[in-house]
Design a protein around this ligand. Structure first.
Ligand SMILES: NC(=O)c1ccc[n+]([C@@H]2O[C@H](COP(=O)([O-])OP(=O)(O)OC[C@H]3O[C@@H](n4cnc5c(N)ncnc54)[C@H](O)[C@@H]3O)[C@@H](O)[C@H]2O)c1
Length: 447
């Protein structure tokens, strides 16, 4: 059933009755949870992916996103009930669907330069099956203006915008909490090409999201919301890092100061650390920087610079720690704990470990690495030797807040390590305990 022209309450009813079909393009960490949640609320859902193995698994009721709690059950249940199926044929899915959601990767390099080929590819497929009254929603993160730049591709269908609806509803979640976030952690942001499309899309997201919907005045404004969220984080982490390094110079414990300052409601000092990684926070500021023609986003740029400096600062702290035990960095044995950019997720984009390993090696250290989510090959790829114990190690550097590192057995470390230096880039080590075992423990904002 086509949704344009229905009010939000009518959309909710047709949703629950399974009277319309949604095609979700991209069955990855974001797309599969969304498709499963749509199906669980009654819609008929077709998941589309170019990866035939992924499609086969979903068709068999199997979830391939293992980091997502609850997704196994959601996929199994809804495939069995016939509400969720998968295909590699994007044009066929577009013909079946009344609503198409684009959630494929928006690939960028570290400076936010876009490679939108997956989005364009999906837009072409959709144009081959687009019908009057259909709605296309982009959920993938888009630099403001990108969704509307796809209109000429959709219009290859022979339809004009207005005959079909277009909307942006950014994914406001991250790997590992997608189901929780999609269904009610934060309100959904929606911007659409016209009032009727906006009304229908509000009905869709109010069905699955207990926190409701914030309608925006335009598609571009909705795109900006998601990008600004990332910029806010990046700039505030940079501020925390700057103040933390100032605390080091003045023999203060930054976390002590931050925690006390944050009891005042206008202060939200973030956590300082080894750097900002991932596909989102360090990349979105570049969308703003790259799209600025007349304004000069100085603060956004300098925040990027500060956060990119942090892996080098971790090396500086390591040198400081080694000096305290009378060891030069050259020929020291350093173990880097964590190759991924954050805890619990096997993703490497702008991981702090990568520049840290590189710089340590340039200074002549022997660098080892361990990460519970990685393999020996991953360590080798980043130039380190895999090591699962602490024997002969002079300094340990923690670069990812994996659960295993929050529960480090410091007694074992103390008995196996040659030196007793810990550089805690993620503030996970209990300082009192470290002190008890005689460790020199440094972290950003506390030396
Ligand atoms: N992962 C996150 O934490 C997160 C958070 C918020 C927003 N996002 C955004 O969500 C979008 C998707 O990210 P993700 O993490 O789910 O990516 P992902 O890499 O986990 O999955 C993407 C999926 O899309 C498929 N795909 C690629 N090209 C395709 C095509 N042409 N047609 C059909 N399928 C195709 C891939 O095979 C893969 O299964 C991105 O824009 C990302 O910026 C991600």
């Amino acid at each position: 059933m086509k949704l344009i022209g229905l009010n939000r309450e009518e959309v909710k009813q047709t949703f629950k009755n399974g009277e319309f079909t949604i095609a979700v393009y991209g069955m990855g960490k974001m797309g599969l949870p969304l498709a499963a949640v749509f199906a669980d609320h009654g819609a008929r859902v077709i998941g589309v992916d170019i990866n035939a193995k992924v499609v086969e698994m979903i068709s068999n009721g199997e979830n391939h996103i293992k980091e997502e709690p609850g997704l196994d059950e959601l996929v199994r249940k809804n495939v069995k009930a016939g509400r969720l199926r998968a295909t590699t044929d994007g044009a066929w899915a577009a013909k079946q669907a009344d609503v198409m959601v684009i959630l494929v990767p928006t690939l960028t390099d570290e400076r936010g330069n876009l490679k939108l080929s997956p989005v364009y590819d999906v837009a072409e497929k959709i144009s081959q099956g687009l019908e009057k009254g259909d709605i296309v929603i982009t959920e993938a993160t888009m630099p403001p203006g990108t969704t509307e730049s796809l209109i000429p591709i959709f219009e290859k269908s022979g339809l004009k915008l207005g005959e079909f609806g277009l909307a942006h509803a950014p994914e406001r979640t991250m790997t590992g909490t997608a189901i929780r976030d999609i269904t009610g952690q934060y309100p959904k942001i929606v911007g659409a090409s016209d009032e009727a499309t906006l009304e229908a899309v509000i009905g869709i997201y109010e069905t699955i999201n207990r926190k409701g919907v914030i309608p925006m005045s335009s598609i571009k404004a909705a795109e900006a919301v998601k990008v600004f969220e990332g910029v806010y984080r990046d700039v505030n982490i940079a501020l925390a890092n700057e103040l933390a390094m100032w605390c080091e110079e003045h023999s203060l414990d930054a976390l002590e100061v931050f925690q006390a300052a944050n009891t005042q409601p206008y202060c939200h000092l973030h956590m300082p650390g080894a750097g900002v990684g991932g596909h989102c926070i360090p990349v979105y500021p570049w969308f703003i920087i790259n799209l600025a023609k007349k304004t000069n986003p100085r603060l956004t740029k300098i925040a990027r610079e500060i956060n990119d400096y942090m892996p080098h600062h971790i090396v500086e702290l390591t040198v400081k720690g080694l000096n305290k035990i009378g060891k030069p960095l050259k020929d020291s044995n350093i173990l880097v704990l964590g190759l991924t950019f954050r805890g619990g997720v096997r993703e490497f984009m702008k991981s702090a470990a990568i520049p840290i390993i590189k710089e340590l090696k340039e200074w002549g250290a022997r660098v080892y690495a361990y990460d519970p989510l990685c393999t020996q090959e991953d360590a080798k790829r980043f130039g380190a030797e895999w090591k699962e114990d602490f024997k002969g190690i002079d300094a340990v550097i923690i670069t990812a807040d994996h659960r295993e590192f929050k529960e480090l057995d410091l007694e074992k470390l103390a008995s196996e390590m040659r030196g007793k230096v810990i550089v805690d880039g993620r503030n996970v080590v209990k300082l009192e305990e470290a002190k008890k075992y005689g460790f020199i423990c440094l972290r950003v904002g506390r030396v």
